[in-house]
Write a protein that binds this ligand. Sequence first.
Ligand code: ADP
Ligand code: MG
Length: 249
Amino acid sequence: MTATATTVSGPTAPEDGSAPDAVIELADVRRTFDSEPPVHALRSVNLTVRRGEHLSIVGPSGSGKSTLLNTLGLLDRPTTGTYRLDGTETTELADLERTALRGSRIGFVFQSFHLLPYRTVDENVMLAETYRKPRTGRGRSTRQARARECLERVGLGHRTGFRPDRLSGGERQRVAIARALMSNPALLLCDEPTGNLDSENTLSVLELFDDLCNDGMTLVLITHDETVSARAGHRVRITDGRLTQEAAG
Ligand code: ADP
Ligand code: MG
């Protein structure tokens, strides 16, 4: 073999050419449902989301938003194409490996907050770990301390003993976000997180998202609301399974 002086990528770039600070890299992802007739829910989607980025996805009903979010959340597998999450190519992984990766790298936030009404705020946050395989011997006191840290992070350190019904909608969503932060995820996937909130509470949740992104969290947010979308630094639109980039916000 002849030695050459050609350097294709810089010293820090991964050898396969992927972006060094990318959390999400979708390459030519398609998802076809085998219904009769088949539905092409995602058609050749290419998307890179970098660490600390806030991406919003807007699109009409039936355009493929949930399919895309399920794909990003490792709840669904592309029919073809590749998905690298935090550097790991995920499409060929076994289900158990995908579940483990999901549990350690991804937090989910939904439109309805899914809080247990008869549990306190900190118990609701701690429950995030009850259903996960515990890491090295974490007792309840450690979990409680971590739950409090996460609640501090969302600005609710003074509400830990409250029940959810004593909180505003924005505070409830902050509790749900604290719960999602318990696994220290690289990525937060949010499906219409402000869909049940008035404009004041929407603003408080959006301000929290800004803070989290400034701390290096990567955020993907699905929304119908153009004012929510306008807040994101990176915006894409999905129409009939195809992504298009929007002008910067
Ligand atoms: P959105 O979230 O934007 O409303 P979805 O991702 O839920 O859109 O759906 C995109 C398209 O894929 C729709 O036409 C929907 O009917 C279809 N679809 C979604 N899930 C399935 C499924 N499991 N089987 C067949 N078709 C599906
Ligand atoms: Mg949907």
